[in-house]
Design a protein around this ligand. Structure first.
Ligand code: ADP
Ligand code: 5GP
Length: 215
C-alpha cells in the first residue's frame, strides 16, 4: 500500500480544554458552501476531510482534502480515526478526528462541511454542535452553479442533483437554514449564526473532566 501523508492516529482525542466550538455546515453539493466559508474570517478553521474522490483541478492534498485510496480509507474507519464518515455520489468522505481535536483544544471555531449522513452522525455523537443547512434558491439554480463550476462530469452532476433533493427534504432537521441566493446576505446570516452559536441550542454546562470526542 502506498504511504500517505495524513496526520491521523488512532489515539483517543481527549482535549485539555473546551474553549473551541464545532459547527456543522451542510447543504447540497454546488449550493455555495465552499464559496461562503472561504470568503472571510481566517480565524474560522475548516476541518480537512479524507476522501476517496479524485482531486478536481486545483485541489491539493492536505489543503482541500486528504485524497486517499479506498483501502486507506477503510483502514481509517477500522482504526476509529474518523469522527464520522459517509458515502456520497460513489465516493467515501470522512472527518479525521485528531486534527479536529487539536483545533478545538486551541480554542478555534471549527467548521465541518459535511453531507447529510455525516451531519446526522455528528448530531448523535456531539448534539451540542450547532448545525447549519445551506439551501439553493431553486434546483434549477443549483444545477446552473454545479455546471458553472465546470468540474464535474455529467454523471457526477446527475448523482449530485439526485442527492440534493434528498438533502433539501431534510433541511428542517438542522438548527438553522440559510438560503444562498444573495451571497452577501447569506454571508451575514452565517456570520450571525457562527458568532452567536450558543444561542441556537441548549448547551449543557462544561464538564469538569477533559472533553472527549466520541470514539
Ligand atoms: P459547494 O462548496 O457547496 O459544493 P461551491 O462553493 O463550489 O459549492 O459553489 C458552486 C458554484 O456556485 C461556484 O461556481 C460558485 O462561484 C457559485 N456560487 C456560490 N454562491 C453563489 C451565489 N450566492 N450566487 C451565485 N453563484 C454562487
Ligand atoms: P465534493 O465532492 O463536492 O467536494 O463533496 C461532496 C459532498 O461531500 C459535499 O456535500 C461535502 O459537504 C461532503 N463532504 C466533504 N467532506 C466530508 C466529510 O468529511 N464527511 C461527510 N460525511 N461528508 C463530507
Amino acid at each position: 500500500m502506498p504511504s500517505i501523508s495524513v496526520p491521523f492516529s488512532s489515539n483517543t482525542v481527549a482535549t485539555s480544554s473546551n474553549s473551541g466550538q464545532l459547527i456543522v455546515f451542510t447543504g447540497p453539493s454546488g449550493v455555495g458552501k465552499g464559496t461562503l466559508l472561504r470568503q472571510r474570517h481566517p480565524d474560522i478553521q475548516l476541518s480537512i476531510s479524507a476522501t476517496t474522490r479524485q482531486p478536481r483541478p486545483g485541489e491539493e492534498h492536505g489543503k482541500h482534502y486528504y485524497f486517499v485510496s479506498r483501502p486507506e480509507f477503510d483502514v481509517m474507519v477500522q482504526q476509529g480515526q474518523l469522527l464520522e464518515w459517509a458515502e456520497f455520489a460513489g465516493n467515501h468522505y470522512g472527518t479525521p478526528r485528531q486534527p479536529l481535536e487539536a483545533m478545538v483544544s486551541r480554542g478555534s471555531i471549527v467548521i465541518l462541511e459535511i453531507e447529510l449522513e455525516g451531519a446526522r452522525q455528528v448530531r448523535q455523537t456531539l448534539p451540542e454542535a450547532p448545525q447549519i443547512f445551506v439551501l439553493p434558491p431553486s434546483l434549477e439554480e443549483l444545477e446552473t452553479r454545479i455546471r458553472g463550476r465546470g468540474q464535474d462530469s455529467d454523471v457526477a452532476i446527475a448523482k449530485r442533483l439526485a442527492r440534493a433533493k434528498i438533502e433539501i427534504e431534510a433541511a428542517t432537521e438542522f438548527d438553522i437554514q440559510i438560503v444562498n441566493d444573495d451571497l452577501e446576505r447569506a454571508l451575514l446570516e452565517i456570520e450571525r449564526a457562527v458568532f452567536t452559536p450558543l444561542t441556537s441550542k441548549e448547551v449543557p454546562p462544561p464538564s469538569p473532566q477533559a472533553t472527549q470526542l466520541p470514539t
